[in-house]
Design a protein around this ligand. Structure first.
Ligand SMILES: *Cc1c(COP(=O)(O)O)cnc(C)c1O
Length: 469
């Protein structure tokens, strides 16, 4: 690089010029100061201004200040205000301040949590968090954790461990011998399994057509008496928290049956597994400790920053073998090398945010925050069902509320109108052939008042749609 290289000159004259970080910081503070009062979804103008990003990649470097200015000017208004109190879309969590601040600090460190030798800090925190999670969820002492991007990846890890173990028991090494001539495994899952389970089934080479799909009841729970005979070649996939209704499969009964049959149970508990850490909601996950693998998110119910998911497995050998990794340059640490528990080698240091969030909340804070989601969800259901023209379709066991209007056409139009009003954000879905509005209470910042404001927006949207008839 020539000594007058613009990169070298800008790097050294600017990155240590704190102005650029100050700008990012003050822009972030402004954002947080106003996020609770602003439109939840970006305005039409903000969306239109996204055109500002449609530019050719320029030839020579610009200044770092200019980059952050542009991002702040056109990026911030075009964000979805997820860190406010009135975002109820999908099952998207907020981020508690301790986690957000830890992420900010860790940004300066840019750790790679692949191996202990690359980041002793991340390695230590992974060991500590693995233990904390075991205790919070009441899982067996031998349970290990892989820290991944989300439950999509965690489901994949659980299914990979299951495939490895069940085939190994048949004398087949999946890593060496592959899938083409492997003994057949069976996969049993409820008809309401999440789409990321379907993705995992596809990636594993099981084939959706080969799954033995089990009927679910009116809340979306797998019907235990419809589950076929289980055996030691079967992966039974259960769910803690239906993505629409928030319902839980009968885990205790089915895990016990699976254990008897020597089947592998994987539980998709993306947001619902956390019920197991809440005293008054623990009954929902009773028996889950008898499963073999679990998938859970930090970024939903726990309110860590995105992206943060956890693969838990009581069979360390199966998980590590399934995600196996070799190379002469790998240096094995004496404590823990995170990459053996995840599909990736290099990973960002999401463990720092997860640690900060858990360390900040503590057991009681987790209990209180998550039970609060449940109470706010019940409040939403109560208030919205008092408005003529809205019906609540599910039992509010956790944090999800399903609302419908008198006809599907009206429900669709009301969802669109609520989104348009931007006082809150909710999405639509179908439930047993009927259109619904989904409400997911998943933010530490959501107050009772936020719920009332949002219900009010529902009422206004319904009125607007009726007036247009
Ligand atoms: C959100 C969700 C997933 C996918 O999790 P990501 O973190 O988005 O990858 C899987 N299963 C259920 C039940 C979910 O709610």
């Amino acid at each position: 690089m020539p000594s007058n290289s613009p990169l070298q000159s800008t790097m050294f004259s600017e990155t240590f010029n704190k102005e650029v970080f100050d700008l990012a910081q003050s822009s972030g503070y402004d954002y947080l100061d106003n996020v609770r009062d602003r439109n939840v979804f970006p305005s039409e103008e903000a969306l239109y201004n996204l055109e500002q990003f449609e530019e050719e990649l320029q030839g020579s470097p610009s200044t770092a200040l200019e980059v952050i200015e542009k991002l702040s000017l056109y990026g911030a208004p075009a964000t979805v205000a997820q860190v406010g109190g009135r975002y109820f879309g999908f099952v998207n969590g907020n981020s508690v301040p301790a986690g957000m601040a830890a992420k900010q600090l860790a940004t300066f460190w840019d750790q790679n949590s692949g191996m202990q030798v690359i980041s002793p800090l991340c390695s230590k925190l992974e060991v500590v968090i693995q233990k904390w999670l075991r205790e919070l969820f009441g899982l067996p002492e031998r349970t290990v954790a892989g820290f991944v991007s989300g439950t999509s990846a965690a489901n994949f890890c659980g299914l990979a461990a299951a495939r490895y173990r069940l085939l190994k028991r048949q004398g087949w090494d999946i890593n060496e011998q592959g899938l083409f001539n492997a003994p057949k495994l069976r996969v049993v899952a409820g008809k309401h399994a999440h789409s990321t389970i379907l993705k995992g089934i596809g990636l594993m080479g099981f084939g959706k057509e080969n799954v033995e799909w089990v009927d679910v009841d009116d809340q979306g729970r797998i019907m235990a008496d419809q589950v076929p005979e289980l055996d030691d070649r079967t992966i039974l996939i259960l769910q803690a928290g239906n993505v629409n209704s928030g319902s839980f499969d009968p885990l205790e009964e089915l895990c016990a049956r699976a254990r008897e049959a020597n089947s592998w149970v994987h539980i998709d508990g993306a947001f619902g597994l956390w019920a197991g850490a809440v005293e008054k909601l623990q009954y929902l996950t009773k028996g889950m400790e008898m499963a073999n693998s679990w998938a859970v998110d930090g970024h939903k119910t726990l309110n860590t920053p995105y992206d943060c998911g956890i693969a838990l497995c009581e069979d360390e050998d199966a998980l590590v073998s399934a995600l196996h990794m070799t190379g002469s340059y790998i240096i094995i640490g004496d404590e823990r090398d995170g990459m053996f528990y995840t599909p990736e080698m290099s990973r960002r240091s999401r463990i720092i945010e997860l640690w900060a969030t858990l360390r900040y909340l503590g057991k009681n804070g987790i209990d209180e925050m998550i039970f609060g989601f449940h109470e706010r969800a019940k409040q939403f259901a109560n208030e919205v069902s008092q408005i003529e023209g809205f019906q609540v379709l599910n039992d509010i066991v956790f944090n999800q509320v399903m609302v419908a209007c008198d006809t599907d056409t009206l429900t669709d139009r009301v969802v669109a109108r609520i989104q348009d009003l931007r006082d809150c954000w909710v999405g639509g879905a179908s439930w047993n052939g009927r259109k619904i509005i989904r409400v997911s209470v998943c933010s530490w910042a959501t107050t009772a008042e936020d719920i009332s404001i949002s219900v009010h927006s529902f009422a206004r949207a319904l009125k607007d749609c009726k007036n247009h008839d």
